[in-house]
Design a protein around this ligand. Sequence first.
Ligand SMILES: [Fe+2]
Ligand SMILES: [Fe+2]
Length: 214
Amino acid sequence: MNTRTYSLLDSVLLNVDHGIRTVFGKPPTTERDNPAASCDETGLAEQDKRIAARLMRVNHAGEVAAQALYEGQALTARLPDVRGKMERAALEENDHLDWCAQRVQELGQHTSLLNPLWYTGSLAIGAIAGIAGDKWSLGFVAETEHQVVQHLEEHLQRLPAQDSKSRAILQQMKEDEAHHATTALEAGGAELPKPVKKLMALTSKVMTRTAYWI
Ligand SMILES: [Fe+2]
Ligand SMILES: [Fe+2]
């Protein structure tokens, strides 16, 4: 766990560095293996391959946004007792980012061209959640993760049946996200008001619909 205190300028520079790595590079991951590594590549029909790549691009964009949400919150939230756990969660999001990026490439497509936009928008939302105070900020994490779990369930239904590699990645992500939600709730996250939940769902719908194509 990092206990150093950073100046505002340090924090801003670290954030810019993190953003560039998230969108264009490969941020540090955990020790875990890519869950797809143990699955065989099945010969997908061109049409199925295209659908799978688009779905995985959406998931990659979601993970870019997740990175920015965590970073934005870290800028403004105190979270003194749970910072270590949240850092682990953020690192696991890097695994997701990496696994999805690899899979999109294997399926022959590019990640979302709008990733810089998803990152900056989510960074701002995360920072606002952080300012609202730890209980709301943790509640926001829990609600985000709940919505991501629902979204992943939908994608698991929509993935071509033979794409066991993408499926293995999404299954592991789903488990991780559910765990992140529990961690945030146990750390004192509050239930968000319904209109906020609805607004969050609407925002992510815009992102997922757009990233499917661009
Ligand atoms: Fe994730
Ligand atoms: Fe997560």
